[in-house]
Design a protein around this ligand. Sequence first.
Ligand code: NAI
Length: 339
Amino acid sequence: MKVVAYSIKSFEKEFLARANQKKHDITLISNPLSPETAIYAEGKDAVVVFTNDNVSAPVINQLADLGIKYIATRSAGTDHIDKEAASLRGIKLANVPVYSPQAIAEHTVALALALNRQVVKAEAHSLHFDFRQDELIGFNFFGKTVGLIGLGYIGRATAAIFNGLGCRVIAYDAFLTESLPGIALVSFDEVLAQSDIISLHAPLTPDTHHLINQATLTKMKDGVMLLNTSRGGLLNTQDVVDALNTGKVGYLGIDVYENEKGLFFEDHEHDHLKDTLLADLMSHPNVLVTPHQAYLTKEALQQIADQTIQNLDQWQQNKCVGKACVCARNCRAAIPVSC
Ligand code: NAI
């Protein structure tokens, strides 16, 4: 199969090469997919993308006009793809439905621990040989209540780690009805009201867009720790900035940002104009921002590459990609025939 893969970072190449074993003819380019770069797909059968690529209806139409039949994303989240547009043009879609949920869970907890124990501030002080302990007081996680929103693969892996720290774990999931061992299933409002730490693990959908906003923030405990390693759009960032200013939010750890497209994954240090909302957010000492790196472990990268190549293999043999199918007409449950 002839393929062009967009937004390829140099460190991904060895993982893709190991997975591909020269089966598919893949052109790797570092540019994101956009109306300007869609032309690189000319003469190809499939396009491979990542979370911040522009896979909107106009770009999908451009790709369809160029003869593209398949789009595979190297991510679990698929909110960046206009699935209806792809369906209308007969383009099949696939994702990486599960890859090392522990990678994202461990990063979530890393943010929580670093925020609480002021690791970044302590390191900055230590580098200047300032070894005072003022401003470094944290709290014990042991005995605290952690509230998870979304209890899929990553939510469950995160629960296991917080359970290990001796936390009481509660969770809200729109599609689950029964509690799991060590995790009490409660209502959304109960998560908001009872949690000392709230961590978001639901996908970005019209239902979850700006799930955390002024109204829901009001229902949280004062000084709550808020963690988001899911998708930036789950937070109304301006409302969270306001809540940081009043002390309602005591700590914020985010790996994703609602306006990260065109910003994250690149070096913008020397940009004349910087994103003012993000700059405002990061000016708070109790905020930690990482650049969408929660997935970034060797194990996860290999699994992403392996599943992506497997998706291309299946399509080449005219077979359904099974659980990796994200067509608008969801055929995950269907018998694995060409879909
Ligand atoms: P999953 O599909 O296993 O779990 C998502 C859970 O959210 C499901 O149990 C679902 O029922 C629940 N859910 C859906 N709508 C909801 C709502 N309105 N309210 C509450 N719960 C709702 O997905 P997984 O693998 O756990 O991933 C979760 C998200 O993490 C992905 O959608 C993706 O956006 C994000 N992610 C972030 C990464 C990073 O590097 N920062 C890497 C991988 C995923």
